[in-house]
Design a protein around this ligand. Sequence first.
Ligand SMILES: [Zn+2]
Length: 104
Amino acid sequence: MKRLVQAPNTALAHLWTAQLRAAGFDVSVQREFAGGIAGEIPVDQALPEIWIMNEDRYTSARQVLEDLQNLPHRRWHCPGCGELVEGPFDQCWNCGADRPGAFL
Ligand SMILES: [Zn+2]
């Protein structure tokens, strides 16, 4: 059993866990209720964690998590210059054009 990731909140921990399980990974949420005593222990030790049972699958589980964190709509082709823009950007890094649908 190995710690996969620390989630910023319980809701996200459960979302990631559900999606990892759907992808076939045996994972569990740890310290889910530690938030209740936040203030008595350091904040970074009060956050929920996701642990994977089979350490051999750690790397592929991390890849799934990274895909989850890079939401599909954050990968787009610039209408101005055709660049592929990845990450949390609403403007093209190359020419400054707005992301299609950015203001919808
Ligand atoms: Zn552009």
